[in-house]
Design a protein. Structure first.
Length: 91
C-alpha cells in the first residue's frame, strides 16, 4: 500500500475553503464513483483502491490517501494532479 500526504497553505475564508473542497469532491464522485462525507472540517473519501481525507485548517489544507496495489503504480501522477488542483483552488 502506498501513501500520499500533501499539505498546502491557503488564505481562504473557512466557508470558501469548504466550498472549494466540496466542489472537488463532487467532481471526483461523478467522475470516479468516489464516495465522501464530512466529519467536521474533514472530508473523508473512498472507493475501491483508495481511501483518505482532506482536512481543512485555518491556513492549510491537508490531503492524505492510502492507495491500493493497482493505484500505487500511479502514485506520481496522482500526487501531481492533487498538487495542481490544490494550487488552482487554494492559491
Amino acid at each position: 500500500m502506498s501513501h500520499i500526504d500533501i499539505r498546502h497553505s491557503h488564505s481562504l475564508a473557512p466557508k470558501k475553503a469548504r466550498d472549494a473542497v466540496q466542489e472537488v469532491a463532487e467532481k471526483l464522485a461523478a467522475r470516479f464513483g468516489m464516495e465522501y462525507d464530512w466529519d467536521g472540517d474533514t472530508l473523508n473519501f473512498n472507493r475501491s483502491g483508495v481511501e483518505g481525507h482532506i482536512a481543512l485548517e485555518p491556513k492549510n489544507v491537508q490531503v492524505t490517501a492510502k492507495l491500493g496495489f493497482l493505484l500505487a503504480a500511479l502514485k506520481g501522477p496522482i500526487e501531481a494532479e492533487i498538487r495542481r488542483v490544490l494550487e488552482e483552488r487554494f492559491s
